[in-house]
Ligand binder design. Structure first.
Ligand code: ATP
Ligand code: FE
Length: 330
């Protein structure tokens, strides 16, 4: 039983085919980095056009790599991200999903992108033990979710301003590094001293909330007033301070709400230091830590297919009235 997942919420045209055991048969991602890097961020109008231009080619590739073809299809359902994200980008995925569902006469399922990130944790046959504290940390979101069981979510805390990925992107941009900034900062940080500079950690009223706007500005100000500083040290120190905050709050939330396991997902979840530190903290606390493969942390179609299977089996399919919801919440 195979499900195709379609993800076009932001700047990646990502499609994946997943079987009933959560095994990823194929996952193809067409990145728009080249288009948006000149602007230092995603340009919505260009993003939707680029999705439209490549999505059929990506579809053909993902089917081929899964051993399928467009004539006989061989799929059992189609899941598509309906939100949150850029409306114009989401519409491309949803329109294609509707057309394929109609043409192939298979069920259509709309998926919340954030629930997709959570379901990345169960790909490749990984088991999720509940209650689980999941840190969803990406370019648009930073939140700690208590997953009581599949489909039952409690947001324990979230960012009050910038997402962690956004802070990485903005600092990288100021440092003249490439876009997206997370992987660039991670690369530069390998040659730096993480204890060289002590960047401030933002205070928030609610213990599990985050704030990354202050720390981001602190780095920018530091760079301005110390023009000769080692960029490697700044990158390493900044990365370390973000990772420290993310890990400390996730552990605190997991332990104080009696979770039995911890999960990490979203683009920043591909950061090696974050993965290492969370694993180490989990082992000290005696809590299982589930880390999806790095490629399944960043936006991908497989996680949408995986969440779609759960939605289909639990609530049934959507009808063709399915619409995009740019500001959808978890
Ligand atoms: P959202 O899920 O909020 O819509 P998104 O769709 O922007 O986010 P994701 O692929 O989930 O996309 O996350 C992208 C973000 O992850 C970017 O901000 C990027 O800088 C960051 N990121 C990717 N890899 C790394 C890394 N190795 N280290 C730190 N940050 C990273
Ligand atoms: Fe995402």
């Amino acid at each position: 039983n195979l499900i195709l997942g379609i993800e076009t919420s932001c700047d990646d045209t990502a499609l994946g085919v997943v079987d009933s055991g959560g095994i990823v048969l194929s996952s193809v991602i067409a990145s728009q980095i080249d288009i948006h890097s000149n602007f230092g961020g995603v340009v919505p109008e260009l993003a939707s056009r680029a999705h439209e231009a490549v999505i059929i080619e990506v579809l053909e590739r993902v089917l081929k790599e899964a051993g399928l073809n467009a004539q006989s299809c061989g799929l059992d359902a189609i899941a598509v991200t309906k939100g949150p994200g850029l409306a114009g980008s989401l519409m491309v995925g949803v329109a294609v999903a509707k057309a394929l569902s109609l043409g192939w006469r298979i069920p259509l399922i709309g998926v919340n992108h954030l629930e997709g990130h959570i379901f990345a944790l169960s790909l490749e046959g990984r088991l999720m033990h509940f209650p689980m504290a999941v840190l969803v940390v990406s370019g648009g979101h930073t939140m700690i979710v208590r997953v009581n069981s599949l489909g039952s979510y409690e947001i324990l805390g979230e960012t009050l301003d910038d997402a962690a990925g956004e802070a990485f992107d903005k600092v990288a941009r100021f440092m003249g590094l490439g876009f997206p900034g997370g992987p660039e900062i991670e690369k530069v940080a390998t040659n730096g001293d993480p204890s060289a500079i002590r960047f401030p950690i933002a205070k928030v009223d609610r213990r599990f909330d985050f704030s990354f706007s202050g720390p981001k500005t602190a780095v920018v100000n530091y760079l301005r007033s110390n023009p000769g500083v080692s960029v490697e040290d700044v990158a390493a120190s900044f990365q370390a301070s973000i990772v420290e905050t993310l890990v400390a709050k996730t552990m605190d939330a997991a332990i104080s709400t009696n979770c039995v396991s911890i999960g990490l997902s979203g683009g920043v979840g591909a950061n090696s230091l974050l993965r290492e530190r969370l694993l180490a903290a989990g082992s000290v606390a005696g809590l299982e830590v589930v880390l999806p493969a790095k490629v399944n942390c960043t936006d991908n179609g497989a996680m949408i297919a995986q969440a779609g299977r759960f939605r289909l089996e639990t609530f049934g399919a959507d009808d063709y009235g399915l619409d995009v919801e740019a500001s959808l919440r978890l």
